[in-house]
Structures are given as structure tokens and as C-alpha cells.
Design a protein around this ligand. Structure first.
Ligand code: ADP
Ligand code: MG
Length: 329
């Protein structure tokens, strides 16, 4: 009998968002689900889809009723509650289901950029210097400008715009206030690392392997900060989108490629990742590599970085998805 795979994902709710671009970002999950579905069908699996809706309790009830040999986990957390991504993975483990991608503890660690930084630092992996600040503690600021102010437990460049990069106290205070108010917690203020940006996807369980790295190449006018902002990811009309492109494989020498690869493999293991994860880096002015973040279960849509890297490694999209299925435990 054909193996039955259930794809689980969050039912998007674009009505929760005010702008067209935010609505589009929230719907992007559907493109990924469709692509994975098609790849699995073409590989001979019998596929069902289950979209999960809040509250968590009813999502859990529907998971209990799943009749599948394997769960393909594309659940990214409910709108406004990114931490539910990890809760659902934990629940799949509790139910004894075989599922793709990372376990709950890696997902929850990856979501928390501060915990990830602390963990990476224990084995000497460099990350940008940082502070967690809110409007009441802003006078404690002691980093060097420029800095970037971002939420510490979000993804998809949520809350990251041109204004996030600050050069003076007035703009720092403004951004810390904006981020703290919007996300209801302290803002992560990091020193801005202004060099080349790379990301690399790691696949595996006990013996993970890294795919070829990508470089995010910016051709923005000099007055606009080179960052992968929310617009760069989602707003096709924006100057950011137009002037940001992923080049894979990155044009780098062997030494840098080795450094990126080895650091990514260490970070993958350190977070307890399984299946697939992507590590984002920047180089500083002294060519030192800094980890910006680790993304367990990153976007695997056909146009996302991970899929481009798989292609550069010689895999078709279907083979890449099949590989993720094989790595499920
Ligand atoms: N300390 C930093 N220095 C330079 N650029 C940064 C820094 N932190 C974030 N960025 C830029 O912002 C983008 C998004 O930040 P990131 O922390 O990866 O958030 P997300 O989890 O939303 O992807 C990065 O891809 C990078 O371009
Ligand atoms: Mg990122």
C-alpha cells in the first residue's frame, strides 16, 4: 500500500492584517503547501492535508484523529502566536507520530533569538553584540551605532523595516518603543553587521550535511540600509524587493565556504535540530562571520533559499522534499 502522508499547516487568516502586503505574506504558506503536496503525489505518496485553526486544543483534537503514516509538518504557528509552532511539534511527539523537521525544543529555541545567541556563544560561535531594551531601560544602552532594533521572537522579517537600522539615540528610542509596543516585550537591539550576507541550509539527523550557501546580494542605493526587510521578502513593488536577490551558490572562496559550512553544522547540532534548518550569517568589517539567526524548519517553498540550495546541490524539488520525508523520525 502507498505510504500515507498528512501535510499539516496553519490555516491562513489574512483578515487579521491591515495591509495588502501583510495579507499576502500570511497567504504565502498555501503556495508552499501546494508545492509540497504536488511533489509528494509525484513521488507516489497518498497525501491528505490538514489545516490547523486556533485554539490549540481543537488543533490537538484534530491531530489525534489523523490517519497517516507520516506527518509533513508545515505548521508555522498561529497568527500572533509563533510559539505554537513548537507546541504542535511537541504534541506530534506525544502522539507518537513520525513527522518531518525539527522537534519542539529546537523550534522554540530557534524562535527565541536571545536564547539562541546565548547557546551559540557557549561554544564560541560569534553573534552580533546585543541588548534587550524597552522604553524604561533605554538609558542602559551601551552598544556601538549603527544598530538594528528587532523583535526577538518573530520570523519572516516581521517587524523589520528600513527604520529598524538606527544611527542615533532619538531613532533608537523611537524604534525600541515601536517594537516593544507592537510585540509586547523588550526589543532586541543588535550592533549592525554591515558586510556580505549568507545563508545555508543543513539537512540530516545524526550526520547532518550542509547544502551550498546562498548570498543575499543587495543593489540598493547607499542611503537605504541593506537588510532583508519585510518588504524585501513580501512586497514585490518595493525598492527592497527589486534590489535584493539570492545568489546560489554564493561566490565565495573555499576558506569562507568551509567556515560557513562548519559553523552551520555546529549551530544545527547545538539547537537539537532534525531534518532541516537554515542558518543566516553576515560578515563584519574584519571579515569575521556572525550568526544572525538559526531557522529550524525554514521556508521550503520552491522559490525559497532552501530549495534553491537543494537545486544547486543537484537535487530536483521532488528529491529535496523526498529527502525531508526520509529524514522524518
Ligand atoms: N545584527 C544585524 N546586522 C545586520 N543585519 C541584520 C542584523 N540582524 C538582522 N539583520 C538583517 O535583517 C534580516 C532579518 O533579520 P532576522 O534576525 O533574520 O529576522 P527574521 O527572523 O525575521 O528573519 C536579516 O536577514 C539581515 O538582513
Ligand atoms: Mg532571518
Amino acid at each position: 500500500m502507498r505510504q500515507r502522508i498528512a501535510i499539516i499547516y496553519n490555516a491562513p487568516n489574512p483578515d487579521l492584517y491591515g495591509t495588502t502586503v501583510e495579507k499576502k505574506a500570511s497567504l504565502a504558506i498555501i503556495g508552499g503547501v501546494e508545492a509540497v503536496h504536488q511533489a509528494l503525489v509525484e513521488s507516489g505518496y497518498s497525501v491528505v492535508r490538514l489545516s490547523l485553526l486556533p485554539p490549540l486544543e481543537s488543533a490537538k483534537e484534530s491531530l489525534k484523529c489523523l490517519e497517516a503514516d507520516l506527518v509533513f509538518n508545515l505548521f508555522e504557528g498561529f497568527d500572533g502566536c509563533p510559539e505554537t509552532e513548537a507546541t504542535v511539534a511537541d504534541f506530534l511527539s506525544e502522539l507518537g507520530l513520525t513527522y518531518t523537521g525539527c522537534p519542539g525544543n529546537a523550534l522554540s529555541l530557534g524562535l527565541d533569538k536571545v536564547k539562541t545567541k546565548a547557546r551559540l556563544e557557549t561554544i564560541g560561535i560569534d553573534t552580533p553584540r546585543y541588548q534587550l531594551l524597552d522604553p524604561r531601560t533605554i538609558s542602559l544602552f551601551h552598544l556601538n551605532y549603527p544598530c538594528i532594533v528587532k523583535p526577538y521572537a518573530e520570523d519572516g522579517s516581521n517587524g523589520i523595516s528600513e527604520e529598524s537600522v538606527v544611527h542615533d539615540f532619538a531613532s533608537l528610542e523611537r524604534q525600541v518603543t515601536t517594537v516593544s509596543n507592537r510585540f509586547g516585550r523588550r526589543a532586541l537591539v543588535e550592533e549592525f553587521v554591515d558586510g556580505r550576507e549568507f545563508n545555508i541550509t543543513v539537512l540530516g539527523t545524526n550526520e547532518p550535511k550542509a547544502l551550498p550557501a546562498s548570498e543575499i546580494v543587495y543593489s540598493l542605493p547607499p542611503e537605504i540600509p541593506r537588510i532583508l526587510s519585510f518588504s524585501a521578502k513580501w512586497d514585490h513593488q518595493s525598492i527592497y524587493f527589486e534590489h535584493t536577490k539570492a545568489v546560489c551558490p554564493a561566490e565565495i572562496d573555499l576558506e569562507l565556504r568551509e567556515r560557513i559550512t562548519q559553523t552551520a553544522l555546529l549551530a544545527f547540532r547545538l539547537l537539537g535540530s532534525r531534518g532541516y534548518a537554515r542558518v543566516d550569517f553576515r560578515l563584519d568589517t574584519a571579515e569575521q562571520l556572525k550568526v544572525i539567526e538559526v531557522n529550524p524548519n525554514p521556508d521550503i517553498s520552491p522559490d525559497a533559499g532552501a530549495a534553491l540550495q537543494a537545486q544547486a546541490a543537484g537535487m530536483t524539488y521532488n528529491q529535496f522534499i523526498e529527502q525531508i520525508v526520509h529524514l522524518a523520525t
